[in-house]
Design a binder for this molecule. Sequence first.
Ligand code: SF4
Length: 97
Amino acid sequence: MHTCSTIKPGQTCIFMKKSGCAYNGGECHPVVESCQECGNIEDFPGGNFCRVFADPAQKWNPGPCNMSTNGNGKEEKKDSTKKLNPLKASKRAQGRA
Ligand code: SF4
């Protein structure tokens, strides 16, 4: 691993090669709107970038990002867990009979 010389200077990175950054486009991609308020956003000289992922847009497509700390995109998940488990529902019905 080599030290980044583009977006995150001083950080070691698996994409950094002797010949330069081997990531798609030759550098990390900035955070996207869905990343807002995430604790993994870091302010680098070139703007706001993710500490964990080189391309945040990819992590939200399809979303939500599995490392986000902001809870964005989690609403739909909460709703689905509220649905009644069919197995439990049938057991409950049997108990009543
Ligand atoms: S961890 Fe996910 S949500 Fe947070 S900044 Fe990185 S890509 Fe965005």
